[in-house]
Design a binder for this molecule. Structure first.
Ligand code: GLU
Length: 306
């Protein structure tokens, strides 16, 4: 039976209201701390083209780490399995911006969704494209079918001014020989990439190719082959929600990627993509109300991968 997505989103919207004052907005990127934690938006993009939305689903927000998914899909589609010589595929069990593991694992990041791994992917894209940030932006515009998607240069600049840890990570990897382009060029591109803004409605649509075995639902363009799309989904499930991926899988049961801007993109393979945004984060860096909303979504729709 097809769930009544409209009614379910409205139920979730009512349920999450008390949670909006509980999370903490990210402040290590100063510009992100100016956003009110009271926002909440959620949007569903079904592979048959139906869309559903509630709350602030049409308001732009900073994608941050969710862009790591787009960068990885672009790099994977162009470079194939060779990327795995430079970055691993295991959960890290450490905070997303940790340097510790990188030192004793000799500069090879655990996975492409922690900052070290995403910086290696940016480095790979910087070798392939003149400007990796523009390549990711164009890719995002294509998969969202939305030419107006853009960077938020104020957020990018704010991140760059405080990007000491990302500089340290990149220099450490360069010392181990796992970073080929100038550190500053790559970090500047990475900060612009992370500053891309979308609405929940745009994000759900942009992620839908990953729910449809790598092909864009509305025009059939094959972005990734089915096997690669399966692998992306597996990485999202095991590594996509920081150091809480196990708990997220337990509670929500879907492959997902979160960002410190408070967004989460989750996939029901073969069925739909769902995006949620609420800037208040829990202690693991995932949107507090957003995670709860997705937990309720899979419960109320009886849709998950398990
Ligand atoms: N641009 C952010 C950083 O590198 C992304 C972090 C995130 O969303 O997890 O710190």
């Amino acid at each position: 039976m097809t769930p009544d997505y409209s009614a379910i989103l409205n139920t979730i919207y009512a349920e999450i209201q008390p949670l909006l004052s509980e999370g903490e907005v990210a402040s290590y990127i100063p510009q992100l701390s100016t956003i009110s934690p009271q926002h909440f938006g959620m949007a569903v993009y079904c592979l048959d083209g139906r869309t559903f939305a509630v709350g602030d689903a049409h308001q732009k927000f900073s994608l941050q780490s969710i862009t790591k998914l787009f960068a990885l899909a672009l790099a994977f589609s162009r470079e194939g399995d060779s990327i795995w010589t430079r970055v691993g595929r295991e959960p890290s069990g450490n905070p997303f911006n940790s340097l510790v593991q990188l030192e004793y694992e000799r500069g090879k990041p655990r996975n492409p969704f922690i900052n070290a791994g995403a910086l290696v992917i940016s480095d790979i894209l910087s070798t392939r494209f003149v400007q990796s940030d523009i390549a990711v932006l164009q890719f995002a515009r294509m998969i969202a079918d939305e030419p107006n998607i853009d960077f938020d240069t104020t957020v990018a600049q704010s991140e760059h001014e405080t990007a000491h840890r990302n500089y340290a990570i990149a220099h450490l990897m360069k010392d181990f020989g796992n970073f080929h382009n100038p550190v500053r060029t790559v970090i500047e591109s990475y900060c612009r990439q992370c500053s891309i803004t979308m609405t929940c409605a745009e994000l759900a649509k942009a992620g839908s190719f990953l729910a449809q075995h790598g092909s864009i639902p509305w025009n059939g363009t094959q972005i990734l082959d089915a096997s690669s799309a399966k692998r992306m989904n597996a990485l999202m499930l095991t590594c996509g929600t920081y150091d809480a991926a196990g708990d997220f899988a337990y509670r929500v049961g879907l492959p997902a990627k979160s960002g410190v801007g408070g967004g989460i993109l989750a996939l029901v393979p073969g069925d739909l993509a769902v995006a949620v945004w609420s800037p208040g984060l829990d202690t693991t860096g995932n949107s507090l109300a957003g995670t709860y909303a997705l937990e309720r979504f899979t419960t109320l729709t009886a849709r998950s991968i398990f």
